[in-house]
Structure formats: C-alpha cells, structure tokens
Ligand binder design. Sequence first.
Ligand code: ATP
Ligand code: MG
Length: 442
Amino acid sequence: MAEILRAVKGMNDIFPASVPRKATDVLPTSNMWQWFEETSRSVLQRYGYQSLITPIVEPTALFVRGIGEVTDIVEKEMYSFADSMNGDKLTLRPEHTAGIVRAMIEHNALYNGPLRLWSMGPVFRHEKPQKGRYRQFNQLDVEALGFAGPDVDAEQILLTRTLLRELGLKEGTHVRLEINSLGQPGERAAHRAALVGYFETHAALLDEDSKRRLLTNPLRILDSKNPAMQAMIDAAPKLMDFLGAETMAHFDAVRAVLDAVGLDYRINTRLVRGLDYYNLTVFEWITDQLGSQGTVCGGGRYDGLIQQLGGKPAPAVGWGLGIERLLLLLEAVGIAPPDQAPDAYAVIGSDAARVPAMVVAEALRAQGVSVLLHAQGPEGLASVKSQFKKANASGARFALVFAGAELARGAVGLKSLRGAEAEQVERPLADVAAWAAELRNA
Ligand code: ATP
Ligand code: MG
C-alpha cells in the first residue's frame, strides 16, 4: 500500500460528530462549526455588517508594516515564503485586519463614507500546537472603518455579547468581558518613557526575553507570564495615569452604553493586546474553561493603521474571534448545536424503486424537507433491515419506504422513527406537496 500522508502539524480536519476520528484529537465538530457560522451571519446581519472576502496570501510587507516588526506574530509566527515562480515575498495571513485595510486603501472603498464589514476564514501562525492553539486556525473578524466615535466601539462590544449569548454562553459564568483604554500615541509615549525608566531601575529582575523587549517593545514586558516578575510588573507605572481628558471622555462614553444595557465588565489596566496598532478602547472576552488559551475574542480601536499602510487617515475599530477556541468552550460547558439530522431517510426496497424514490426525494427537497437517500455500496443495495438500521443511526425522524407493493399502489410508506414503535402509513406519490409539511422539522 502507498505511504499514508498526514496533515501538516497544527492544522486540523474538522469532522461531523457522526464520523469517527482519532481518539487523541480534541477538536470541535463541523456540526458546531456550521451552527456558529449561521448564528454569526444572522447576528452580523442584524447589526448591519456586510461580508468582505480577501485573499489568504498577501505580500509579506503588509503584515510587517501593519502588525509591527517587533510583535510575536511578525518576529516568529508568520508563514512566509518566496513565490517559486517569481520570488515575490508572500505570507499566509496571520490575521484579517491588515488585508481588509489593504483592500479599503487599494479600492479607495471609504470614499463614500464609513463601512461595517466582516470576514471569516483561516489564518496561520507558527505557534506550539496545543488544545485551543493551532497553526492554522479560523477567525471571525469584524471591522468598522471610518467611524471615530465611542458609539461604534460600544456597538461592537454589544455585537460580541449578542453572538456569545445566542450560542448559549452566559456572561459571568462562561465568559467575562475586560476592557481598557490604551489612550493616544502621545499619552502612550509618556507612559512608555516612564515604564522604561521604571524597568531600568529594576533591570536585575528582568529575564532575558524582557531585557530584549526593553529595547524593542517595553510594553510587551507587561505581558510576561514569568511569575518571578509579577510583583515588579504589578507596581509598574499605569497607562491610566497618563490618559488625558479626551481619552477618558471616549472611554467613559463606551462604558455609559455598556452600563445602560447592563453588560458587566472589568476594567483591566494590564490589557494591552498582542498587536501594536491599537489605541483608545481595547476589549477581550475571557474564559476560565480553556486553561492558558483563555481569550476567545479580542479587539479594539486602531485609528492609526489605515494611514500607516498608506491610506488617507481614517479611524477604525474591530475584533477577532478564534472559532476553534470558542467551539471548544461551547463543548466544554455542555452546549450542543441544534439537531442537524435529516427529516427523512429514503429506504430503497429494490433496484426498480430507485428512480421513483429519487423523483419523490427531489419533490420533497423542493418543499424544504431534508432527505437522506440510501445509496448503494460496493456490494449493491443493502437489505431493507440494514437500511432501517442506517435510517435510525442517521437521526432522521421518518423513514420513507420505496418498495414494490406500495409503489404498485402509487404510494410511499411513511414510518416515524422516533418515540414508540409506529405503524407504517402510506402517502400518495402523485401529490408530494400535500404531505411534505408533516415531514418538515417545525
Ligand atoms: P493569544 O494571547 O491566545 O495568543 P492573541 O492575542 O495572539 O491570542 P489575536 O491576535 O487577538 O490573539 O486573535 C484573536 C483570537 O484568535 C484570540 O482571541 C484567540 O481566540 C484566537 N487565537 C489566537 N491565536 C490562536 C491560535 N494559535 N490557535 C487558535 N486560536 C487562536
Ligand atoms: Mg498569540
């Protein structure tokens, strides 16, 4: 036999719940995934956000300029390569925002006014794979471009709450919201200077990674998980103390909306986010159920990015949600997707029954009924008994029996597969529309 090829490390196959897979894998099911996508689309539509689809591959320079040279992503997590045909430097996108902003600039898309957009799809980061952390993972990404006020910041946080709620997650129990303000560049520069001074006076306590960051990106020292540095980090100068009246007014206006709708949050002054481009509002939804992979969704304002990437200055705010991580959370707290089983399973009694069965199945599907047809395997048509076993295993609520006697009478047998053993009844083949409704899932 030919050698078996395997998926690239950290990149996953997402299976339906009904299909067996390696027992060692802890991954969400595609049933959960489909439910998430449908729920997201419905929520996004209600908030007036439109879909934008951008390429998975972008010029490397886009991310170096957009995300920042001294971030974890650009320093060590990007899948970059030279195009083997022409040598162009390309990168598999590690996030959606930079590509969306590039598209806005390239097409002058903000010319007619601000936009509310979303994207969904795979992103790539070369990290150590573990539960909830992969090398190819998927994000739902939502951006509002061209809006400056705190209203749209609040709107986006409310959108995330609605989405999490409609998936069955409870605030306070399963997820909690943290917010912060990162201020404006001037305020951050003043804080940064104070921070560098503070870390220099405590240089003896810094680990190697932090010493390097002191020169490149001192704010990232605040992200350090090194327990030996925690007390020193806790006492470091706080950005909040450097924020001016305008910044605080923006922050307070966001909070006023959250307070008015009764959305609980915690102000976490240590919340800085992994990417360089954020200013003013930042937020994260956090869970305790997934170990150190605790952030399911995060984002904030990035008013400088569009100009930084060569566009006409325009404010923006957005967030990204890790789909695999969120789905693992749903499973961890016992939330199941709605039943996706077919309405009916078509049992085919003989070769002669196949054509009439497929004609009726088409008519039913046109009426919105989902029909799973028994198709023959390598050994031909299975026995009716074994087809009924498959029908039960499929979760269908009804079996439709296409067999000689019924067909001769111009009828199909209909048998309920749920609850107590039911009698088989008959329905006319000629007038499918008259009885399709009784099969449809209410
Ligand atoms: P983390 O601190 O966990 O590395 P991050 O700050 O790098 O997260 P973002 O860039 O904000 O993450 O991406 C948005 C969301 O994508 C995260 O909140 C998380 O849910 C998810 N995410 C990030 N990295 C991964 C990964 N390697 N695998 C799966 N999901 C991820
Ligand atoms: Mg990360």
